[in-house]
Ligand binder design. Structure first.
Ligand SMILES: [Mg+2]
Length: 361
């Protein structure tokens, strides 16, 4: 078997093109083909461009440009305020589309995500997936994106940046060094204006130059970042995507202000704690299979008791009933200092098979 290393790893970066401006155009078709600028109000003469359409870019406008300067260059553009609620809504729908294509998914901003597609695709078959994703986003949201496919996170991002808008750039491990050779150093994510000018002063303009520069010189120019850049320039980066560790359990506990032997008060506290963990459970789209109650008495002796139920659930009533049953069995009349609940055996809600009982109930 081929080891799962940098030679076989395939990372896809999907980056929406001029996202805010494109969302506005998709929702207001009369804006189509016009220079559209999202950002500060040009009449107020302060603030900057957040995003602008490609039509606006032909007038020399770009994100981060002072809005007053933009207005001088292109007074005929349509100037719109940032409508974050709308962009977030569209972003959520796009991320839902992307997640379908790989469980190894990492959203990095409102309009960008990485997918590790190594398990199901090869470099040869990956363009089919890229086209399918582009088609689905365009069909459902009326938006274009650029896709980069490469052996690491950095190279995938550089690939999606390489050909915008509506681009698709695939860099196989074998093509990597020739792809990097003539790219400007500014193509490396994280090389801003400052580092760019320092490198330029040292005669380093392309990533090829960067790779041929000795490490000592690079470190003297850019510190530790110099090591990283050199590594990237030599095609050695193997960074994969960062997937959040799945949650193992959700727990809450509380220490009473004064030790107590009042079971009614303890039940009330358990009810609060259960409502709180249940809220997190539902919010995270999870179901639980094991329910645990913990009691610590005034001598710091801790007892826990867990029950595993036959079917995963997120039903509050079921969980509360189990918690109260466990408490009844566990509590022996001692004075109690701390009480807690925990839900574990967590599974994603969607991956649970529908059982015949769901139809009968
Ligand atoms: Mg973008």
């Amino acid at each position: 078997m081929i080891p799962h290393d940098q030679n076989t790893r395939i990372i896809m970066h999907v980056d929406m093109d001029s996202f805010y401006a494109s969302v506005e155009i998709a929702h207001h078709p009369d804006l189509y083909g016009k220079p559209v600028v999202i950002g500060a109000d040009p009449r107020l003469n302060r603030g900057v461009i957040s995003t602008c359409s490609y039509e606006a870019r032909t007038f020399g406008l770009h994100s981060g440009m002072p809005i007053s300067q933009a207005y001088q260059l292109c007074p005929q553009a349509v100037y719109l305020p940032v409508n974050m609620n709308l962009y977030r809504l569209v972003s959520e729908r796009i991320m839902t589309i992307l997640k379908q294509y790989s469980d190894l998914f990492e959203q990095v901003s409102i309009d960008e995500a990485f997918l590790d597609i190594s398990q199901s695709y090869t470099y040869l078959s990956s363009p089919i997936l890229a086209k399918e994703i582009k088609r689905e986003i365009q069909e459902k949201e009326g938006l274009l994106c650029s896709v980069g496919i490469a052996p690491s996170r950095y190279y995938a991002k550089m690939a999606s940046d390489f050909d915008k808008p509506d681009g698709m750039t695939i860099i196989t491990p074998g093509d990597l060094l020739s792809f990097l050779e003539n790219l400007p150093v500014s193509a490396i994510p994280g090389v801003g204006k400052h580092r760019f000018s320092l490198l330029k002063r040292a005669g380093i303009e392309t990533i090829g130059d960067l790779g041929r520069t000795d490490l000592f010189t690079l470190v003297s120019i850019a510190g530790n970042w110099g090591i990283m850049m050199h590594h990237i320039a030599l095609g050695l980066d193997t960074t994969g995507i960062r997937v959040a560790q799945p949650r193992r359990s959700i727990g809450r506990e509380t220490t009473f202000l004064c030790d107590t032997d009042d079971p009614t008060g303890m039940r009330e506290t358990l009810l609060h704690l259960t409502t709180s963990v249940h809220h997190t459970l539902v919010d995270s789209h999870l179901l639980c299979k094991t329910i645990t109650v913990k009691i610590r008495d005034s001598d710091f002796c801790t007892k826990t008791r867990a029950v595993t139920i036959p079917t995963e659930t997120d039903d509050l009533k079921t969980i509360i009933a189990e918690i109260m049953n466990i408490f009844t069995e566990l509590y022996n009349g001692d004075t109690v200092r701390l009480i807690g609940v925990r839900l574990s055996g967590l599974v994603q809600k969607k991956s649970v098979q529908t059982s015949i009982f769901d139809y009968l109930s």
